[in-house]
Design a protein around this ligand. Structure first.
Ligand SMILES: Cc1cc2nc3c(=O)[nH]c(=O)nc-3n(C[C@H](O)[C@H](O)[C@H](O)COP(=O)(O)O)c2cc1C
Length: 188
């Protein structure tokens, strides 16, 4: 078995990754993103279903998503909130949608979603090691049937795991975790 990284280095990468909410405007090169997606695919997946699909979103798709989200926010929270959100979204430098293929078998679909979550973490950690932060989002737009329509996807075939925003972090917010003793038990 080859171990390219010692466990302290691995732990530092795992502990150090943070969700990024504010990005610098710099565009991230396609090869950095593609490599992270390539690495993402090495996640565990039961029955080797490789259920993940990745869509890197270009200018037109982003424009459509932002316009639709502005509509949704306006209907729910009013024009001012919608405009603030629109401006914020316009500033996000990188957009990627990850979906999971549907299955007729509920247990398989559950396992496939778990595999996708592992792939998402692989992707985010690879990007983080390259100095690129992500925000995994599951806001209302990711469940909006219009989203599929706009992007030419079929909801009978796949569902959204997350919309991932990525870019160089402008700020990184510290996080805490509860003590290990609260989440770890030993059963004899
Ligand atoms: C499935 C999933 C969905 C998430 N959706 C959102 C979201 O919609 N908005 C958001 O601000 N953060 C979202 N997050 C990020 C979490 O808020 C974040 O992981 C949590 O605050 C812990 O911070 P950390 O990632 O820096 O450790 C999501 C994370 C996961 C795993």
């Amino acid at each position: 078995m080859s171990t390219p990284m010692d466990s302290d280095t691995a732990a530092a990468l795992l502990r150090g990754r943070r969700t990024v909410h504010d990005f610098l405007p710099e565009r991230i090169a396609d090869d950095i993103v593609e490599r992270a997606i390539e690495v993402a695919r090495w996640a565990p997946n039961h029955h080797r279903t490789e259920p993940w699909r990745f869509y890197v979103l270009g200018a037109l798709a982003r424009q459509q998503i932002i316009a639709r989200n502005t509509e949704l926010v306006r209907a729910e929270k009013g024009g001012r909130a919608a405009e603030i959100k629109r401006q914020r979204w316009l500033e996000v430098p990188g957009w990627l949608l990850m979906t999971c293929l549907r299955s007729d078998d509920a247990q398989r679909e559950r396992e496939d979603y778990a595999a996708c979550a592992c792939a998402a973490q692989n992707m985010m950690l690879t990007l983080w090691a390259d100095g690129v932060g992500c925000k995994w989002t599951t806001g209302a737009i990711t469940r909006d049937p219009e989203l599929f329509h706009m992007l030419g996807l079929h909801s009978a075939r796949e569902f959204v795991v997350g919309l991932f925003w990525y870019g160089r972090p402008a700020t990184v917010v510290e996080q805490q975790r509860r003590p290990l003793s609260q989440v770890l038990a030993r059963i004899e």
